[in-house]
Write a protein of this length. Structure first.
Length: 260
């Protein structure tokens, strides 16, 4: 999608409000997490959340406090990135994340078992995450690039929503294909069919404002103008932040980030 210059500020503002600033590198250090959290403060407003591995939750919460942006949520990942069918593991990791201070939990659907036809194992894992995350936002990562086929994406979306997901999310960012407009359309249509109460998160391959605009436009078309607020719509990326800040006339701290 090509953006008209007049659209850039509007898309930048909407994208920033929906942004889960993400850093999920296996070698991340506390200093890098502090830099990520410091980048949350800047022109144009605040992101919705920062998303880090569970071992960095305490660092992230402390860093957000130091930056004076405590309104930014702390999100983390569980059952990540493999998507185990071990419901006990999902529950344990979720409880530990919440005990450490996570506001939101992004869990991976057992997509390999789902593809093999074991939908009950997938449902049980999501249900375990839902029970353990009582009072917190639960986002279920479908790994749509691996599911690939439209019917499988729809069925996985339906399963996650029926099991209690607050959001359904495209990708871990750890497989070759991340978010795509085709998968997003299926997920958004399924959310609409379930009453529009759950949210959608695009992650994996969202590189710039044009990508973000594509997903925002889909959400507006399918669920109506005004639906895609941070309560219903998120983008998992950090590389996007530089383009957002540029739209508001500022740069960001340097450093490798991720788009998971």
């Amino acid at each position: 999608m090509t953006l008209d210059p007049r659209q850039v500020t509007d898309i930048a503002g909407r994208s920033l409000a929906a942004l889960d600033l993400t850093r999920l590198g296996e070698d991340d250090t506390p200093v890098q997490i502090e830099v990520l959290c410091g980048a949350a403060r800047g022109p144009g407003g605040l992101p919705a959340a920062v998303c880090v591995y569970p071992e960095h939750i305490v660092t992230a919460r402390r860093a957000l406090g130091s930056a004076g942006v405590t309104a930014v949520k702390v999100a983390t990942v569980v059952n990540f990135p493999d998507g185990s069918a071990d419901a006990g593991r999902v529950a344990r990791e979720t409880r530990r994340a919440i005990a450490a201070g996570a506001d939101e939990v992004d869990m991976v659907l057992p997509w390999t078992r789902f593809l093999a036809g074991d939908h009950e194992a997938a449902r049980s894992a999501v249900a375990a995450g839902r029970e353990a995350a009582t009072g917190r936002v639960l986002k279920v990562i479908l790994e749509t690039g691996a599911l690939a086929e439209a019917g499988a994406i729809r069925r996985a979306s339906e399963l996650a929503l029926a099991a209690g997901a607050d959001f359904i999310k495209t990708s871990t960012g750890k497989v070759a294909v991340g978010a795509t407009p085709a998968a997003a359309r299926i997920m958004l249509e399924t959310i609409r069919e379930h009453g529009g109460r759950a949210g959608f998160k695009a992650s994996g391959g969202v590189r710039g404002l044009a990508d973000a605009a594509t997903y925002l436009q889909l959400a507006d078309q399918i669920l109506g103008a005004g639906w895609a607020t941070p309560d219903h719509f998120r983008i998992g990326a950090s590389g996007l932040l530089a383009e957002i800040r540029k739209a508001f006339g500022a740069g960001v701290a340097s450093g490798r980030a991720t788009d998971y």
